[in-house]
Design a protein around this ligand. Structure first.
Ligand code: HEM
Length: 156
């Protein structure tokens, strides 16, 4: 009898555990990128949120002009991507923005992204920042926060 009870208890536990796994509401949403209030001065060097939005306009033109990157972006909602990127960078640099986009795993899952693709995108971002005259040190401070995100973005 005790044996049967133990077995049904185990089965019930297993069932509830698998239910919890299947419930999207129970899945923790990874923070897309931690905020760094200490980098607020770097945000100023980018020209604040408005400067980041202008940077994203240039960045997207450069991405679409790059044969390595164009295939990834040509069918995307570019206005949305620019908007979410600007908000995300603003949050990373300690701004008062609110990121309301998808998490990084989810937003890149539909694309096969390799480490080389990640590096190419960073190169294009550097070109965009250089063209806008962002000081090298400020560029590097942002890039240092983006670099670890390859773990969520690279999926191939
Ligand atoms: C640190 C690096 C990266 C960051 C911070 C980043 C950030 C973002 C953000 C915030 C979005 C918008 C999410 C939303 O729609 O809510 C997005 C979308 C997207 N990203 Fe990235 N991304 C990175 C790297 C890459 C790389 C390396 C590629 C490809 C080479 C890529 C390709 C895309 C594409 C194609 C979309 C649009 C999604 C779609 O329309 O299916 N991203 N990314």
């Amino acid at each position: 009898m005790t044996r049967i009870l133990t077995r049904s208890l185990l089965l019930a536990l297993a069932a509830s555990a698998s239910l919890a796994g299947a419930d999207p509401a129970a899945r923790p949403i990874p923070n897309p990128a931690p905020a760094h209030p200490e980098l607020r001065h770097v945000l100023d060097e980018f020209g604040g949120e408005a400067g980041l939005r202008a940077l994203m306009d240039d960045f997207m033109v450069i991405l679409l002009d790059d044969p390595r990157m164009r295939p990834f972006f040509e069918n995307s909602d570019l206005e949305r991507v620019k908007d979410k990127l600007a908000l995300q960078f603003c949050v990373i640099l300690g701004g008062d923005c609110v990121y309301d986009g998808l998490d990084m795993v989810e937003s890149h899952a539909g694309h096969e992204i390799r480490r080389a693709d990640f590096n190419a995108l960073v190169e294009d971002l550097q070109i965009a920042m250089e063209r806008r005259g962002i000081p090298t040190r400020a560029q590097n401070q942002l890039l240092a926060k983006l670099a670890p995100m390859y773990r969520e973005v690279v999926n191939r």
